[in-house]
Structure formats: C-alpha cells, structure tokens
Design a protein around this ligand. Structure first.
Ligand code: BDR
Ligand code: CA
Length: 311
C-alpha cells in the first residue's frame, strides 16, 4: 500500500475522504492524520479528525494537531458551509482516542526523514499551512516527498469563497505558493472536478442503505452539506470535494487531467488565492501540476459506497 499523511480540516467532505482511506488498507497506509485550521478553528478540526477515526473503528490511527492560523493572514473559516462544529449533520460521540503530543509539522518532518525517499505521499484536504510550514522549517524533506495529491483551486469553475478563489487556497495563499513552487510532483483536484462529484439523492440513499453507523453518518453528513450547495448553486447535490483525493490514490483511472503550470495569486485583493492555471498552455511556464478536469462520477460513487460498507 501507498504510505500517506492526510492533512485535513474536517469538514464533512474531509471526513468522507478519511473514511475512504481508512476503509482501503490494501491500497493506502495512513501513517498519520494532521489537523489544520480551515473550515473551523483547530480545536474543532483535530477533534473532528478523531471523531472520524473512531467512527471508522480505527482508534489506533495517529492524529496530530498542527497550525492554528495561516502563515501570515487571519484565519477565514466556513461555518456557513459546514455548520458550527464543522461536522454538523450526524450526532457523533466525543472522541476518547488520544491526540498525539507531537506537533503535526514535526510529525510530517520526522516521517519524511525516517521513511525511504520517494515513498510518502502528502494528501492535503484543507489550507496548505502545515505542509508549507514543514517545507520552510526543513527544506531537506521536500525532495523526499513522493507526490502531493491535494484538493484546492479551480479553473473554469473559478471560485467558491470569492468570485476568483477556492476556499483552501484562499485561506492561505502564501502557503499554497510554497507548495506549488516546491518542485514536488503535484496532483490537483480543483472545483472543476469536484463539482462533478455530486451527491445526488440516489447516491445519498446508497450510503444510507449500507445500513451501518458509517453509512448512516455519511448520508447525514452529505445531507447537511447539500443544503448549502443546493441553495447556493442550485446543483443536483453536494460536491464531494476531498474524497476525490483519496479515491485518486485507489483508482487513478477514474480521473483525467492535464500537466500544466499553476501559479497562485498572493497580491491582488480582488483575486487573492486564485489558481492561475495555464489549461490551454498559452505560456511557456513549465508544468508543475497534474490539474484534474474530469471524473467518472458513477465509478467514484460506486467505489465510495463499496469501500464505506467495509467499515
Ligand atoms: C474545500 O473547502 C472546504 O470547505 C472543503 O472541505 C474542501 O476541502 C472546497 O473548496
Ligand atoms: Ca477540506
């Protein structure tokens, strides 16, 4: 299995991404889960990460708490999408499993130093603060990363937190810039693809029909999440952003995209956090990311339902 660190700000869709990874030990070995401030503040995201591990019955998963604010900006949160707790929808018990003592950034650094070069993949599902802080603090680890598969940014779909920017990149654009300039191979799941991974009513029913605690919680989480997006976008269901990352690790064939150059806007107030993606290759700037544009959505949801049923 592929060794990964999930860096996350749960978030209902983060939660489903984590469940999918924990349900797939043949393909994915979760070395640790590092929490970052994003959808809600850090005390809630680290707690939510543990709630999800317990829901999955994987209480031996190591969960670390990381940065509580972006590199140089004030934290922007998204309770308007995820609710006050970040995991609104299901009623889940407070976690009993421990939070690790070590800081998430130090865990990322130590793990990359300890493991063989090119064998650890980073999976950021929130603002890129923890990853950028680790790269800044320990530049020697950058070349040891196998790949970064992240959810963030947009091209045709443009933005969801501002007209120009997607939430994860907008919250910490300086951190995103560090990551996109790092030279590590990057796979990006932008809104262009996640807005095609919609939890329609039949797909939500399929989660519920699993008949387990995990199936029910997933149905309730995606139901809650959907209310926001139905009102806001009039779409057929909630976009399941972050699970695209973990699904890609299991079944990359579900996705297709282009190797292109992606730069991050860090200066303009108007377009702060925009991923300036050279989709049509109109510049000669070198490609630094595989920017995903399409998904086999039915295949994605059958994989997800099948895997969640294993927990
Ligand atoms: C991203 O922002 C968060 O609200 C979601 O969890 C996802 O990671 C989508 O823009
Ligand atoms: Ca997220």
């Amino acid at each position: 299995p592929r060794k990964i660190i999930i860096d996350t700000d749960p978030g209902q869709d983060d939660a489903v991404a984590v469940l999918l990874a924990l349900a797939s030990p043949e393909e994915i070995d979760v070395l640790g889960i590092t929490a970052v401030a994003g959808n809600v503040p850090l005390p809630l995201t680290q707690k939510n990460a543990r709630i999800i591990c317990e829901l999955a019955g994987k209480t031996d998963t190591k969960v670390f708490s990381g940065c509580d604010a972006p590199l140089s900006r004030k934290l922007v949160t998204a309770e308007h999408v995820h609710g006050k707790t970040g995991l609104d929808g299901p009623t889940l018990p407070d976690p009993k499993m421990p939070l690790q003592d070590q800081h998430a950034v130090d865990f990322i650094i130590d793990t990359l130093r300890a493991e063989e070069a090119g064998t650890v993949t980073l999976c950021p599902l929130g603002p890129l603060t923890n990853i950028a802080t680790a790269f800044n603090k320990a530049p020697d680890i950058v070349e040891k990363v196998q790949e970064i598969v992240l959810m963030g940014g947009a091209y045709f779909e443009v933005g969801n937190i501002t007209p120009a920017a997607e939430f994860n990149i907008y919250v910490d654009p300086e951190a995103a810039e560090v990551v996109f300039k790092s030279g590590v191979p990057i796979v990006v799941m932008p809104l262009d693809v996640t807005h095609k991974a919609l939890v329609t009513k039949p797909r939500n029913n399929a989660f519920r029909a699993i008949g387990s605690k995990v199936g029910l919680a997933t149905a309730e989480m995606t139901d809650f999440f959907e209310r926001f997006d139905k009102e806001k976008y009039g779409s057929a269901g909630a976009p399941l952003h972050d699970p695209c990352v973990t699904a890609y690790l299991i079944k990359p064939d579900l996705f297709s995209g282009r190797h292109i150059n992606v730069e991050i806007e860090t200066q303009s107030d108007l377009t702060l956090g925009m991923t300036v993606a050279d989709w049509w290759r109109v510049t000669d700037r070198p490609a630094n990311a595989l920017f995903i544009g399409d998904i086999d959505a039915d295949g994605f949801f059958s994989l997800l339902t099948e895997r969640l049923a294993r927990l």
